[in-house]
Design a protein around this ligand. Sequence first.
Ligand SMILES: Nc1ncnc2c1ncn2[C@@H]1O[C@H](COP(=O)(O)OP(=O)(O)OP(=O)(O)O)[C@@H](O)[C@H]1O
Ligand SMILES: [Mg+2]
Length: 503
Amino acid sequence: MERDKEILVMKDIVKTFPGVKALKGVDLNVKYGEIHALMGENGAGKSTLMKCLIGIHPPTSGQIYFEGNLIENYSTSDALKMGIAMIHQELSPVEHRSIMENIWLGREPKTKLGLVDHKKMYEMTKDVLKLIDFNEDPKTLVASLTVANMQMIEIAKALSYNAKLIIMDEPTSALTNKEIEQLFSIMRRLRENGKSIIYISHKLDEIYEICDRITVYRDGQYIGDGDTKDINVNELIKMMVGREVNEMFPKVTCDIGDVKLEVKNLCYGRKFKDVSFDVKKGEILGIAGLVGAGRTEVIETIFGIREKSSGQIYVDGNEVRIKTPADAKQNKMALLTEDRRSTGIFPMLTVFQNVIIANIQKYIKKTGLLNHKKAIEDTNEFVKAISIKTPSIYQKVENLSGGNQQKVLVARWLLTNPEILFLDEPTRGIDVGAKAEIHRLITNLAGQGKSIIMVSSELPEVMGMSDRIVIMHEGKVTGILDNTKDLTQEEIMRYATGQAATA
Ligand SMILES: Nc1ncnc2c1ncn2[C@@H]1O[C@H](COP(=O)(O)OP(=O)(O)OP(=O)(O)O)[C@@H](O)[C@H]1O
Ligand SMILES: [Mg+2]
């Protein structure tokens, strides 16, 4: 293996879907032993290019050379055998099976009698897990693992195929900071062993921390590549978006009115205890904390997805009973969930259907029929307002890029015209340009007197947007701070890690 040589060359790759030219002739060169970032806005074509590479769908035209050889007409299992593995955006382990069964599924070692050799499989699994310092028992059921550990199993599986090139599509979007560090140290070790990694992420700090080189795409076109050290952040953003994005967090101070929502001593089992805060009209309230602090659970409880064990909720000063999300909607609340795949998006339905689904009532005429025209108009308006990239509103949502699916959900909830809007990680998986658009939208809503409660793990986002910040640590509110100029990330982290508490 020679480090400066290319393991992968993709040339002039075109990929068309009905009505969409997703890739318009793009290139990618990846060297042995490097971590190579693919960057670009939502819908730029990153995931599609990788799906072409691993044989999920063959390119419409173009050439792929792997280790110097032209490769054509191959399936995903052929790709694996050649040494190309992908850790998908959506993991799909067989949950009711053990770690070892997941790794060797379909190619289990056999005894002389042709039965599965469990003892051998156990040892083989121990060996691959050792490669990534993963100490779980091979017999552990995959269902009991965290997302981070399921990813580790996927990486182990890739190594079990002796993969030389591993693709990771937004692997850190559901990981804690500590888990991300673990993943990075494994990636560094793989690089030392001469493996190549293609890394997709919208988190710029990660790219600068871990990647050696970057290739940028925009609208299905190749824009450029280079060593990470030679491209500064502003240049990179400009390459991705095609313009400069200066206003990431357009904080405009708007009039803050009376208290809209108040929660008092809210408890939910052992997940969180005595949570109290209020949010005013026109206010953006950030909720910060580490993953697992109970932030999502708190807003889900207020919204009626979970039933509180005790505590009170007041809207406009009156106590309200919220037992189901329908009750919450009655009280003019809306919730954008963090886990869009399991609780939000209907992949088989169209953009149009996904957007209006929470708003059907609004479009039912006195005659009982749906006012299609108005619903279509509104959907088109939102698609435009937040730049959802889709050939039409009748496209199935599963065919949209990950970030654009998230935007569809944003549109759905904005259309309900809520007075209290809960946003759980609203910009996860969303590119820098669209992020700025969503931030602007949130700020506008606050300007119209809406109350916004936003959970975000990205401190710059919380600090850039919020008027006040509630900080949680292990199910308790440790502080409610005014977001003044002097507030630092370190200060918030002291509360989030339980080293400081005022509340
Ligand atoms: N199966 C499909 N059918 C139709 N269009 C598709 C299909 N898969 C992808 N596309 C379209 O191809 C384009 C590129 O999508 P892709 O998922 O590759 O973007 P991406 O760069 O990975 O974006 P993100 O950062 O949001 O994940 C998008 O316009 C998308 O709607
Ligand atoms: Mg993608």
